[in-house]
Design a protein around this ligand. Structure first.
Ligand SMILES: Cc1cc2nc3c(=O)[nH]c(=O)nc-3n(C[C@H](O)[C@H](O)[C@H](O)COP(=O)(O)OP(=O)(O)OC[C@H]3O[C@@H](n4cnc5c(N)ncnc54)[C@H](O)[C@@H]3O)c2cc1C
Length: 602
């Protein structure tokens, strides 16, 4: 085995879950290794339904238009009966609204979705490593050491976290000994991507009255192929060649005008509904099908996998950047109940499909999923209308103060948190923090509420603020008077005041700008050096004032806490610190004054 190399995160599996996570980590500058045991990308169409909520995720990740252009909308369902074909609308579609810009499920073959995700990943400077199989791993308090079989031999890679995005028969889940209880649903099916003559591409064609005789052909938009699906008995050998599938199709439908010319990919699978007992053991997490598997009815599996990864990405990045470890516990707390509900939904839809009821409503869109019971949802007792903490943040058209139209989703796009003040005084906004974008809507705000859509979509009154998580869910809605609570909240999720963030290369370890040049005594010699020294001192003063502002807010919070709970230790320590900060500001101000006087006298 070669020597150990290191990274922050190892992602095992390059399906939709692994790729989504990789893109999210890449745009957050987290180091990772993305591996797959397959020699090349997956070529099958299986997870072809992209639901509206996943489309919103793909917009945030910068790939939605390419994915839309790769496929199409669901066609009408054409059901062949003894009395002739009947067209039915299978998927209930509403018109897009300003609040829900994506309402229509897309039909995109899985291999094309994954190709677009890989292209996005490449733009961010990363590529998956195919032919790299995870064959073992050990973890300790500080990290995980993974053993990876590569074409060049076995390698050991050390990382802070390992993510099992390795599909339904997950090696990671099995190695951890995590249970995967559930049931086999007593359905075996074939799915094949075929080139076929004799079928039109304007409809999803369905034949067969009873379950055992069903077979369907769905056009795979973005390609010239169709996806053939059919339930098959458990105890028969299947011939998945073009000839074998043509014969199978003729036997089921009696149609000899349909000929399957060639098969691009084919598989036979058993339907399961299973949920992992836990999504995490120590520094190893499960995501996507590794954590849950569903029957394909309702097109939920890939979508749930993408949204798992999207939930995990920002939390991993935040913890690697110093946020409390407990943030990672919310991944399972938020995502496992979602998977549980999705399992129930896809089983119900499977049962309906057995009875030829193929109608799907809003519940498959995943737009109404949220995290109201999450510890990350900060509920305020006085708020009982409009969107609440844990809900999906709606979109709305807005206009920038510069006069150009934009949308809330454009303001949210990227890895940051967003704080939106509605009809607020700009001066009440909290101090800026790295990783937080603050926008105010109002007469002196940077954003105008075009057509009053933000107020109505969110149910806001004047002097209210909405905190939106990086993954587009509401963290809290508070009044201006309660903004201190938002600042404490941000501290706990790793969005810290500037002085507390990691120093950048242009800052010293104290977070202050580096000193300008001076002689060995530290005294500036030339006018230019004087000017530089003064600029540096002014910057230090601004930083110190900002810190003092934050400290005074903290002290106010502490005072309230002392009144409520009688805690005194923290407040005493903080008051001492505040006093020191005040003295330091006074000293800096005096230095500046001296500097100004010196310059005037020169
Ligand atoms: C017939 C069918 C139709 C479906 N239709 C839909 C649909 O319409 N909509 C929908 O949302 N979902 C659908 N699904 C489900 C969807 O395909 C899956 O939910 C989705 O692929 C899960 O993505 P994933 O990234 O979690 O896992 P996968 O796509 O399974 O990817 C796992 C990857 O991990 C790799 N791997 C495994 N073990 C290792 C290892 N030890 N080392 C390295 N790599 C490893 C594998 O090679 C694989 O590439 C359908 C599924 C089927 C079978």
């Amino acid at each position: 085995m070669s020597h150990t190399t290191g990274t922050d995160v190892i992602i095992c599996g390059t399906g939709a879950a692994g790729l989504t996570l990789a893109i999210d980590l890449a745009r957050r500058n987290v180091a990772f290794l993305l591996i797959d045991k397959a020699p090349q990308p997956f070529v099958g169409s299986r997870g072809k339904g992209i639901q509206p909520r996943s489309q919103e995720v793909f917009e945030d990740l910068g790939v939605i238009d390419r994915i839309v252009a790769s496929g199409g909308e669901y066609p009408v369902q054409r059901i062949y009966t003894d009395d002739g074909p009947i067209d039915q609308v299978g998927v209930e579609m509403s018109e897009p609204t300003p609040e829900e810009p994506y309402q229509i499920p897309l039909l995109v073959p899985q291999f094309l979705t994954e190709r677009r995700l890989r292209e996005r990943l490449a733009e961010l400077g990363h590529a998956p490593h195919y032919g790299h199989e995870l064959v073992g791993f050990d973890q300790d308090a500080d990290g995980v050491t993974a053993r990876i079989a590569t074409p060049d031999g076995e390698q050991a890679v050390r990382a802070a976290y390992l993510i099992g995005a390795d599909g339904g028969s997950s090696f990671v889940r099995k190695t951890l000994g995590i249970g995967f209880p559930g049931k086999t649903l007593g359905v075996r099916a074939i799915v094949a991507d075929v080139y076929v003559d004799g079928v039109s591409s304007d409809a999803w064609h369905r034949w067969g009255e009873d379950t055992a005789g069903q077979v369907s052909m769905c056009p795979l938009y973005g390609t010239d192929m169709f996806q053939l699906q059919a339930p098959v008995p458990f105890d028969v050998d299947l011939d998945l060649s073009a000839e074998g599938l043509t014969t199978f199709f003729r036997e089921r439908t009696g149609r000899d005008d349909v000929v399957i010319r060639s098969v691009s990919w084919a598989s036979a699978f058993e339907m399961n509904a299973r949920l992992a007992d836990t999504y995490r053991r120590g520094r190893v997490f499960l995501t996507g099908d590794a954590a849950h598997c569903h029957p394909p009815t309702g097109g939920q599996g890939l979508n749930t996998s993408v949204q798992d990864a999207y939930n995990l990405g920002w939390k991993l990045a935040a913890v690697l950047d110093g946020a409390p470890e407990s943030l990672l516990e919310t991944y399972e707390q938020e995502r496992r109940p979602i998977a549980e509900a999705v399992l129930g939904l896809s089983e119900r839809l499977l049962e309906a499909a057995r009875n030829r009821d193929i109608h799907r409503g809003r519940e498959v869109s995943q737009l109404d999923l949220g995290y109201p019971d999450s510890p990350l949802s900060l509920h305020t007792p006085q708020r009982d209308k409009g969107v609440l903490a844990g809900d999906r943040a709606p979109d709305a058209p807005v206009t920038g103060a510069g006069g150009l139209p934009t949308r809330l989703f454009s303001l949210f796009q990227g890895p940051h948190w967003t704080l939106l003040g509605h009809d607020v005084d700009d001066a009440s906004a909290p101090a800026p923090r790295a990783g937080l974008h603050i926008h105010t809507i109002g007469s002196r705000g940077d954003i105008a509420d075009t057509g009053d859509r933000v107020r109505s979509a969110y149910g806001l009154s004047a002097e209210q603020w909405v905190l939106i998580r990086p993954d587009g869910y509401l963290a809290a809605v508070v009044d201006t008077a309660d903004l201190a609570g938002i600042e404490t909240y941000l501290d706990t999720v790793g969005v810290r005041p500037l002085a507390a963030t990691r120093p950048t290369t242009t800052e010293s370890s104290t977070g202050m700008p580096t000193e300008p040049p001076s002689d060995s005594t530290g005294t500036p010699r030339t006018r230019r050096e004087h000017r530089q020294a003064r600029t540096a001192a002014e910057q230090r003063l601004t930083t110190a004032q900002r810190e003092l502002h934050q400290l005074s807010r903290q002290v106010q919070r502490d005072l309230r806490s002392v009144r409520r709970h009688g805690e005194t230790t923290a407040i005493v320590a903080r008051s001492n610190f505040a006093e020191l900060a005040v003295r330091s500001i006074n000293r800096l101000t005096a230095n500046l004054r001296t500097d100004r006087t010196d310059r005037t006298n020169q």
